[in-house]
Design a protein around this ligand. Structure first.
Ligand code: ATP
Ligand code: MN
Length: 483
């Protein structure tokens, strides 16, 4: 039966941004707090702001008042009036309340007090009802949209690369196997190893660590493509910057060298960050405050010199510093923490891989700006990266950010068949597995480039959240796949 005179319900974000347009209305949301049997702070997830709803408790049933608890879902009809109190411009004079879903105050874990992020990770199904997590998730959503917007405006074609892969060339050892074989008693081959011929795909398969190789094939026909999807790494690194399942943005471009690649990556990051500066102001102001409070609880020398919004603006407004690996090694060798033995890994010679302590020194202490490191030693980089004239380095580039370290890893791809074949052989990779990848170098090969941006690291930077587990709805990490 249709309700008579049913009033349309509105979202708080619309009401609070143009309050003059509204008078009598219905809102639906969850109780954040209920004070003095009179003031409900209602939130519907559309904005960081709550709507203050004023209950006339003398005219309200006690049994109903008892059900207005933090976390309960309500439908409230009322009249929007100018607020007399401080802290809000309008408030809702309640005419009627319907309890849509109760929340028992003895059992509902998200109470109006400060909860630690560790505690909230164990309540991952409810944590989005807090101000911090709802802000982070709105920004995450806006950033994903900005990513599509950027590439679509630039004429990139969005392609969906496979999640299940039969390539083991990419990330040998750190992949999650995909199988339907009986774990108790898998059939063995003559050599006593598991016989994957009987498995679902007739071969060993895994969850992808990157969509790059497949994206390259499409770039060599569509010109400019990007893939944006989940990737998986079984590396057992319990850090604040690693997830076992994370989202990666990977553009691939034909007719594109390393310089073009760096230009696109820098423009891309700045675009997405400006996008949220323009559209997520209230969430950013809130997270900025949270960030500053957190920083102030740290010892002085470990505090960030800038606030969150300031940091984002700084990245948007300044050129990233481009430095070759060789220059970086010279700087690091001479640096104070290296000379004084303060680094855990002392830089002795050219050719060593940089650890995050070195990356952070370059970004946070030395250049004080995002850094693009390029031309890395071939020895420490992947097989598909283009060998430079010097035969020692490859056309690789990593973008390093303050607090989070590496946010982008990319390169110009090796387009010369013989050079690539030699490299594959030298690295002991099974060449037959890559026949289709090598075909790209046989037929209409082009100088081409691409990069991968770890989406959660971007969200971390944009929200000031120090742990990557707090910027994805349901984090997957070692020993943790609940929800
Ligand atoms: P790192 O050195 O930080 O472990 P990587 O060199 O292994 O990263 P790439 O293979 O270059 O990473 O992947 C491209 C991007 O994906 C990285 O620049 C980073 O932003 C992101 N990334 C890599 N591994 C993870 C992970 N486990 N969790 C979240 N993001 C990741
Ligand atoms: Mn990398």
């Amino acid at each position: 039966m249709a309700k008579k005179n049913a009033m349309k319900s509105y979202r708080l974000v619309d009401i609070l941004s143009k309050p003059n347009k509204y008078k009598n209305l219905t809102v639906k949301g969850w109780v954040r707090t209920f004070r003095g049997n009179r003031f409900i702070a209602l939130n519907d997830g559309s904005t960081i702001e709550n709507l203050q709803c004023i209950v006339n408790f003398e005219q309200t049933d006690e049994s109903l008042l008892k059900k207005i608890n933090t976390g309960a879902a309500l439908e409230i009809e009322g009249e929007l009036i100018k607020s007399l109190g401080k802290g809000q411009s309008v408030e809702l004079l309640v005419k009627s309340i319907i309890i849509l879903g109760e929340a028992n105050p003895e059992k509902y874990p998200i109470q109006p007090k400060k909860h630690s992020f560790e505690f909230l990770r164990e309540k991952a199904h409810l944590r989005v009802r807090t101000a911090t997590f709802s802000s982070v998730m709105r920004i995450r959503s806006m950033l994903s949209f900005a990513i599509h917007q950027f590439f679509q405006e630039k004429g990139f074609c969005y392609i969906h690369t496979p999640i299940i892969t039969g390539n083991d060339a990419e990330g040998a050892g750190e992949m999650f196997r995909v199988t339907v074989l009986n774990p108790k008693n898998p059939e063995l081959n003559d050599e006593g190893n598991v016989d994957f011929k009987n498995d679902f795909f007739g071969k060993e398969t895994s969850l992808t660590v990157s969509g790059q190789l497949e994206a390259e094939t499409y770039a060599q026909g569509l010109g400019k493509v990007y893939t944006f999807g989940p990737t998986f790494r079984a590396e057992n690194s319990n850090t604040a910057r690693h997830l076992a399942e994370f989202w990666m943005v990977e553009p691939e471009m034909a007719f594109c060298d390393l310089d073009d690649n760096m230009n696109v990556a820098e423009e891309f990051i700045k675009y997405t960050l400006s996008y949220i500066l323009e559209r997520c102001e209230k969430d950013l102001i809130f997270l900025d405050q949270r960030f500053v409070n957190e920083e102030n609880s740290k010892p002085k020398n470990e505090r960030s010199e800038m606030g969150l919004i300031e940091k984002i603006k700084f990245v948007v407004d300044n050129n990233f510093k481009r430095v070759s690996y060789t220059e970086a090694i010279e700087i690091l060798k001479k640096s104070k923490p290296n000379r004084k033995g303060k680094f855990k890994y002392i830089i002795k010679e050219w050719g060593t891989d940089l650890q995050s302590e070195h990356e952070r020194f370059l970004v946070e202490k030395y250049f004080k700006t995002p850094v693009i490191l390029f031309d890395y030693p071939a020895e420490i980089k992947a097989f598909y990266m283009r060998i430079n004239e010097d035969k020692k380095t490859v056309s690789a580039m990593d973008i390093l950010f303050p607090d989070i370290g590496e946010i982008v890893g990319g390169s110009q791809r090796e387009e010369r068949l013989e050079v690539l074949e030699k490299r594959i052989e030298k690295m002991g990779i099974d060449r037959d597995e890559l026949w289709w990848y090598l075909d790209l170098r046989r037929f209409g090969s082009t100088p081409h480039s691409g990069f991968g941006l770890g989406f959660e690291r971007l969200v971390q930077f944009a929200t000031g959240m120090s742990n990557i587990r707090d910027v994805i709805p349901f984090p997957r990490t070692p020993q943790n796949a609940s929800f």
